[in-house]
Design a protein around this ligand. Sequence first.
Ligand code: ADP
Ligand code: MG
Length: 351
Amino acid sequence: SSTTLNADEDNINVVVRVRPISEKERSCGERTLLEFPGKGQVVCHNTTPSQKAKVFSYNVVFEPEATQEDILEYSGVKRLLEMAVEGFSCTAFCYGQTGSGKTHTLTGPPGLVESGASPFAPGHGLVVRSFVHLFRLISERPESHFILKASFLEIYNEKVIDLLNPGSARKPLQVRWSKESRGFYVENLFTVDCETLDDLFAVLEEGMRNRAVGAHAMNAHSSRSHTLLCVRVRRDLREDAGVVCSTHGKINFVDLAGSEMTKRTHSTGKTLEEANNINRSLMVLGYCIAQLSDGKKRGHIPYRDSKLTKLLADSLAGNGVTLMIACIAPTRSNLSETINTLRYAARAKKI
Ligand code: ADP
Ligand code: MG
């Protein structure tokens, strides 16, 4: 069962989600190598008796039985949503090898969102559940006026593609630095004003559909790209004497490329370039987070080294909260990738 998040004020939280064994794995006679001895712990048993089991600790560990609703309730994402409403920049991202459950965790089973199902249909992932919660938070603040704007992009091979404007696949968008807002932004990115839950849901649906089409056209599997859905939350609060005070928060939901791409060193040509680019952004992201979570050495943080980290810089830096959801498979055939993910996640935050 899931344990509640440490009620600490850390700006980086790391949780692990273990997916269930699939039917196919079960029919191959695969068994789980993982054990969950207590709060926030995973024990990973090795395949040979001579090797010692490894123990890892995180804020929360979600066992295979955890539901989509458990992730909303206990991952700490609700705190991110509250902070976005209060004017902070926040990011929730899923990291892990292809097939470990990243997309399931964020958006649910394949095709559910694109099928036009209601936002209240069962099975939806963290993004849709967060949208519902966000509107709940807004309705609890009738004294404020809110303006929500959503965008949805994909980073493939260090190229930014607008998932709400499929034409951008031919002409990738540029990431620029804004002097006025002192932050990175994507030039000409399509943003949608969202007044209702259905508006937000429609953005997700449209982007997921375009992603599937685009991936097919480019002959690229979705496991090689990162997607970033961003909801900007502007809050106008009328104070005494009619003065309006505004805050500008946001929340990013990021479905990262498969982490196995980080060590495809035998590939050649195009795939090598892809692997290097994916490698780079995942390594830079891990490095930035490790630097930030180690409070003592806030030295140079290399946000500029990848498109992804540029776009997440404000939420990784002081003014925001980041939630990492490390996704893992429980079986032996995935052992080495599982260990890599558990290590990456452990480096992101020392518990
Ligand atoms: P990734 O996005 O990391 O490549 P997916 O989310 O596509 O992985 O998951 C791989 C497969 O496992 C999919 O068929 C998905 O529906 C299934 N799956 C993943 N996590 C769960 C879960 N928690 N419960 C049930 N099925 C899951
Ligand atoms: Mg996926």
